[in-house]
Ligand binder design. Structure first.
Ligand code: T68
Length: 841
């Protein structure tokens, strides 16, 4: 141990040679050694798993750079249309495993790690912190879409916010959710490239003024009272086994000056730092509400901040290439992921008119030819509205522009519907009722060339219920693109044993052509194959069982039916319907009336918005049931209930492969699409579900005999609603439901506390806004059917296999192809790489 350190280092390889781009395990080992030493200041002999994770990640990021730079060059040299995906959320998940997979060097990385004494890659993957830059489905969809865009070799940029704190981490204490701040950057995050040279200025507040331009024409301009700087932090997004490496550009807000010297000079030290603190707060934290609109000033500031930076960035890219900005729509297609970036319609107009002095009509033409809008919700409480006073305070020039857009739009309406003031009020961007507000969905709809929903039923409901008059006015604008999820992360990475089996059976191409899985249908009666298929599931279940044991101390049996509901906690998603059903099963076992031959482990996971009392109470409710069930000897070997804390992307990768039964039980008409439903089906889970969101299409694809359908349809729900729905009538008809309610009432699941769950019971037996009572009995019966099927393992496995075989439609590659063809009008642009450094630089 007294020997001198060996400081000799390997010479760097030729990074630009695609054949020798350092992709073998030797080169990776050398790269890791260099990064340990030079980047991290560590010696291999004392490196922790986190150090090795960092070193491997840096080495892998190095290996993305040739493709990344080459991809940017292709766009620069051969100007063509690029997709700009604007989203307040990108829930990208862990990066290392995905980049290894897409580069095709997982094995090489394993070998390199062995030389550091690490026997399994997973010990290194486990230390990666995932960036929680999203709430749920919407943010995760954006991440799947970026991965598919790159895999399909489409030039694209994802634009968003680099939140310092992402979605909170969830702890469970005494059955309640406790939120802890998510310090995802604390150990350093190796995947980003800060680009301070490309920073942008963004204004807020102040006033507008009119002035005469050079030609003596009166114009309006904005004199903001504050500014922030957006500093881009770029994350490379590599496609699967292609050279295309797109960019996710996340903006971090900085103060314009470290100090306001004027305030400082007059001795106001605190005032001086205040502005700095205020502007840096802009990208401080992600709003943890999905589905409800809080209408907070800071949120509107965040939205304008990232949208303005992104549009300036796009315009600047044209200038750099000497392309006139009037050509904007031929070079950029701007997709709004919900209304969070809808201010883009006004901001693009402002930039074109005020900054580039383009006339209104031309600017409007550019804007409406480049912007498209995806709607993700019909829930009225989620539709963004901003108080007029707040809006004019923060974005006075944008409000002027919105008034002008609105005035012109209403003129058009007057011609079409003479004398019909009602329709003007209804469609106006400004909601005149109560305290006036700006309706962002109307701004987006008027400014976009296409509006799409995210599943067939949802898109239909947008036209019929949400925006019927707009749909009548512009039928050609309205379309559907059913969501999809990337098979790279959700099958290949998450479920290696299933992936191996698929590869053995249909060849490796299924990863980019999921329709090939149809070939598995030939195997549906092959007992040996079904056995192998079941084995892959068992492997996933063992892994989840061990995870559950470590995290919660609960022992679960991997041979029991794993019945899973993971998603945000929401009344409309009806985790409480599932919970009530568990109580009914518990009662049957207690009463000896159960024909329970199908031992079950019911697993929940998901976060509740911190201010959503009822959702938090549902978590407490599930944990109350879990306590009683798991500690009752009568339940031994029959029923287990688990609430998995802190559900996130990483945990999802463990959960989906381990699931037998997927719970998709939202009130019909409420879930826009759902994407978990797709991940479960690909991994061979059967679905119990309502006719809601993409469940409808899933059931059509896998065929109705392979899907456990229950519950009222959307139109039946509407009918109940319009005919003074009374949950009492449904409770009266169902003695089992009465028993369940009674047991909760007497405090059986709350240590005798009769008050704890009262708000929940009152809601269910009072007006039951999500029709839980109406669907309960049907749900319970369907669960019995599930149990019966479970006892015929061969039939179950066959159904499960057919789910995997027929789920190819839900690949996000299919979704992205549809966006490219019908909305964006962009085509793939393969990236070639040569050894010649001159060609690249
Ligand atoms: C989800 N929406 C839909 N919203 O609920 C889901 N909302 O059905 C769909 O599959 C998914 O979008 C993808 O299309 C959300 O996830 C949010 O997360 C959200 C965030 C902020 C404000 C409002």
């Amino acid at each position: 141990s007294n020997e001198p350190f060996d400081l000799r280092l390997p010479t760097p390889g030729c990074y630009l040679d695609p054949e020798k781009a350092g992709m073998d395990s030797d080169a990776l080992f050398k790269g890791m050694t260099e990064h340990l030493f030079f980047t991290l200041g560590k010696l291999a002999t004392s490196a922790s798993p986190h150090d090795l994770y960092m070193a491997l990640s840096y080495a892998v990021k190095d290996r993305l750079m040739t493709r990344y730079l080459a991809s940017q060059e292709v766009i620069r040299k051969k100007p063509q249309k690029t997709v700009a995906y604007l989203s307040a959320e990108f829930l990208i998940g862990p990066q290392l495993s995905n980049n290894l997979l897409n580069l095709g060097i997982t094995k090489e990385a394993e070998d390199a790690l062995k030389r550091f004494g690490i026997e399994s890659l997973s010990t290194i993957l486990e230390v990666e912190e995932e960036p929680g830059l999203g709430n749920g489905g919407l943010g995760r969809l954006a991440a799947c879409y970026m991965e598919s865009l790159a895999s399909l070799q489409v030039p694209a940029v994802g634009y968003g916010i680099r939140y310092e704190f992402g979605i909170f981490n969830q702890l469970i204490r005494d059955g309640w959710q406790v939120e802890v701040t998510d310090k995802w950057l604390k150990g350093g995050w190796p995947w980003e490239l800060p680009q301070p040279d490309e920073s942008c200025f963004v204004g807020f507040g102040g006033r507008t003024e009119s002035y005469r331009d050079d030609k003596g024409k009166y114009r309006s301009r904005w004199v903001p009272s504050e500014h922030a700087i957006g500093v881009p932090h770029d994350v490379p997004v590599l496609g699967y086994r292609v050279n295309t490496c797109d960019r996710l550009r996340l903006w971090r807000a900085d103060a314009t000056e470290s100090f306001d010297f004027y305030a400082f000079n007059i001795g106001d030290y605190y005032g001086a730092v205040e502005e700095k603190v205020a502007s840096e707060t802009l990208s401080k934290v992600l709003y943890p509400n999905d589905g409800t609109d809080e209408g907070r000033r800071l949120r509107l500031k965040q939205q304008h901040f990232f949208v303005s930076c992104s549009l300036q960035d796009m315009l600047r890219s044209l200038e750099k290439r000497s392309i006139p900005v009037t050509e904007f729509a031929n070079h950029w297609t701007v997709q709004l992921n919900d209304t969070h970036p809808a201010i883009a319609v006004a901001e693009l107009m402002r930039l074109l008119i005020d900054q580039y002095q383009i006339g209104w009509d031309k600017a409007w033409n550019i804007t409406t030819s480049s912007v498209a809008y995806t709607n993700h919700t019909l829930l009225p409480e989620a539709l963004e509205k901003w108080d007029l006073s707040l809006f004019s305070d923060l974005l006075p020039r944008h409000l002027e522009i919105i008034y002008e857009i609105n005035w012109r739009f209403l003129q058009q309406l007057r011609l079409r519907y003479p004398g019909d003031d009602k329709i003007l009020q209804k469609l106006s961007i400004i909601d005149e009722e109560g305290s006036k507000s700006v309706r962002m969905a109307h701004l987006a709809t008027i400014g976009a060339h296409h509006i799409n929903g995210v599943a067939a039923l949802h898109s239909d409901l947008i036209k019929r219920q949400l925006l019927p008059e707009f749909a009548e006015l512009w039928p050609e604008k309205f379309t559907n693109v059913t969501n999809g999820v990337t098979p790279r992360r959700w099958v290949a990475l998450a479920n290696p044993s299933l992936s191996n089996l698929l590869e053995k059976e249909v060849g490796p191409d299924w990863i980019t052509n999921m329709e090939l899985l149809k070939k598995l249908e030939n195997k549906k009666d092959d007992a040996n194959f079904l056995q192998e298929f079941e084995e892959t599931k068992l492997r996933g279940k063992r892994k989840l069982a061990s995870f559950i044991h470590t995290k919660t101390g609960i022992l679960v049996d991997p041979s029991s039916l794993f019945d899973v509901q993971v998603k945000r906690i929401h009344q409309y998603k009806r985790q409480h319907l599932n919970a009530l059903q568990i109580i009914a099963q518990y009662l049957r076992i207690k009463n000896g009336t159960s024909n329970y031959k199908a031992p079950r482990t019911v697993i929940f996971g998901g976060k509740a918005a911190p201010g959503y009392f009822m959702a938090k109470l549902i978590i407490r409710f599930i944990n109350g049931i879990a306590d009683v069930v798991n500690s009752d000897p009568d339940m031994e070997g029959l029923l287990r209930v688990v609430f998995l804390p802190d559900y996130n992307v990483k945990l999802g990768e463990i959960v989906y492969p381990a699931t037998d039964l997927s719970e998709q039980i939202s009130t019909a008409g409420k879930e826009a699409s759902g994407t978990g439903n797709m991940k479960f089906a690909m991994n061979g889970a059967l679905t119990i579900g309502t006719l809601d969101g993409a469940n409808v299409e899933l059931r059509d694809l896998v065929k109705k005999e392979n899907f456990f359908l229950f519950g009222k349809t959307e139109s039946e729900i509407m009918h109940l609603k319009n005919n003074s729905y009374s949950p009492k009538t449904f409770i009266e008809k169902c003695p089992e439901l009465q028993e369940v309610i009674r047991l909760i009432e007497i405090g059986h699941f709350s240590n005798g506390d009769k008050e704890l769950f009262k708000p929940l019971l009152n809601s269910l037996t009072g007006n039951d806004p999500f029709f839980v009572m109406a669907d309960f009995e049907d749900y319970l019966n369907k669960q019995d059917e599930v149990s019966n099927f479970w006892n015929n393992k061969k039939a179950w496995n066959k159904m499960a296999l057919l789910n995997t075989a027929r789920s190819g439609y839900f690949s996000s590659d299919r979704s992205i192809r549809e966006y490219c063809e019908s909305i964006w009008k962009v085509s793939p642009m393969p990236v070639e790489i040569t050894c010649d450094i001159e060609e690249i630089t």
